[in-house]
Design a protein around this ligand. Structure first.
Ligand SMILES: *Cc1c(COP(=O)(O)O)cnc(C)c1O
Length: 400
């Protein structure tokens, strides 16, 4: 089965393999045909060829951080993104430390839940579904509790799509002499997280987000000093970032069976990322995807949860229309029939759905997404996609 060339004029973007829908979801996402093709080979995990691939992967990821002083290192870890968040927290927050979790959605709350499992001290600022944690409240929380040693911020909170103000947060954290950990899972590779602008001790991301690889592993990028200091701190053998790092430095191998095919696919994805123009170009394509898609959806009457300045180029939350003929599951099926998998919402107060802007697709695809939404509304008999008043009142709180 070959790749179908995109007939919309996008040129470099082939459609997913024949018959596959586009995944408008924040990972797994639509990958390039060549990324899938890179998996059609077997590698021995201890063999020199694969060890060279691991070294290449680490070098390429470090090159995206802006670290020119060799201060940081990259440690790939098996498992999905949450495994890496748990590895980061268990390895870098000392047993007698205390973590401040900044939550405004599911992923912040998951970090708090992870601390609960670890049995290590934490405190939570929970901003609800979508309000951003601000620098001044972080500073106040740190001033009020001298026991706090670390802070975790979610870069893009994928549950609403909000791009949190990490620079403001980093400034508050370091002005108070504390340490920052970042979950940049859904932003790294498309939204700048340059160590020269935003200092951090460690961050995590995974293969199947903005680098456009397939799922199977994640990676921690951390200061070498913090990696050294993490020795003996982790609660878990398999999630011990220090042990993984030390073994990789010594042998060039992963400690336990690596996802060899996923690594091969990821290296191809990293090469494509570089060829596209790196972080700025990847971010610009996603921003264009978002702008075209949001403008089109607004043209149909849909409204976004977030105001313009908080909209990320990763994923956008829309309110479900007030019209009672709108039924999300039916809308989902109609969109899927037209070749697009969308994502249910995660808000607790009002009904919503999400459309992702990341993956191997461009603005031409996004125009087709909008056209598919227009047709789907018509098929349901929905003439106005405007949200209920309750949704707009919710949103007004964000501006306040
Ligand atoms: C995707 C994601 C994760 C990890 O989720 P997994 O399902 O474990 O891969 C963590 N944090 C954020 C912000 C994410 O977007």
């Amino acid at each position: 089965m070959g790749a179908e060339k995109n007939v919309t004029g996008a040129g470099i973007f082939e459609a997913p393999a024949l018959g596959e829908p586009y995944l408008l979801t924040p990972g797994p996402l639509t990958t390039a045909y060549s990324v899938k093709q890179a998996m059609l080979r077997d590698w021995g995990s201890w063999d020199g060829d694969f060890r060279a691939m691991t070294a290449d992967l680490r070098r390429r990821l470090l090159a995206l951080t802006g670290d020119t002083k060799g201060e940081y290192d990259c440690v790939p870890m098996q498992g999905s993104g949450s495994f890496c968040v748990e590895a980061m927290l268990g390895s870098f927050v000392p047993k007698d430390g205390k973590l401040l979790v900044l939550a405004n959605g599911a992923y912040g709350l998951r970090a708090a839940q992870t601390m609960q499992y670890l049995g290590r001290a934490y405190t939570l600022i929970d901003k609800g579904d979508y309000l951003p944690p601000r620098g001044d409240e972080v500073a106040a929380a740190l001033d009020a509790d001298p026991a706090i040693t670390h802070v975790i911020a979610i870069h893009c909170e994928t549950s609403s799509g909000i791009l949190n103000p990490v620079l403001e947060i980093a400034n508050a954290v370091y002005s108070r002499g504390r340490k920052l950990l970042v979950d940049s899972m859904s932003a790294f590779g498309a939204v700048a997280l340059d160590v020269n602008d935003i200092p951090y001790e460690a961050m995590v991301s995974s293969a199947n987000k903005c680098i456009e690889g397939v799922p199977g592993f994640g990676f921690v990028i951390a200061k070498k000093r913090e990696l050294e200091a993490a020795k003996g701190n982790c609660h878990s053998l398999s999630l011990d970032v220090y042990a993984q790092w030390a073994a990789m430095e010594k042998t060039g191998q992963w400690r336990f069976t690596p996802p060899t095919h996923v690594v091969a696919a990821f290296i191809e994805a990293l090469k494509m990322h570089e060829a596209e123009g790196g972080v700025p170009a990847r971010g610009a394509r996603y921003e264009k995807n978002r702008d075209v898609m949001v403008a089109g959806m607004r043209g149909l009457g849909f409204e976004t949860l977030l105001a313009e300045n908080w909209l990320s180029p990763i994923i956008v939350t829309f309110f479900c229309p007030a019209d009672e003929k709108f039924v999300f599951n039916r809308f989902y099926d109609l969109m899927k029939e037209k070749g697009f998998i969308i994502y249910p919402g995660k808000l607790t107060v009002v009904d919503s759905f999400r459309i992702g802007c990341i993956g191997r697709m461009d603005e031409h695809v996004m125009r087709r997404v909008v056209e598919a939404a227009r047709q789907s509304l018509a098929e349901m008999g929905v003439t106005d996609a405007a949200p209920p008043n309750a949704a707009l009142e919710e949103r007004a709180k964000l501006a306040a």
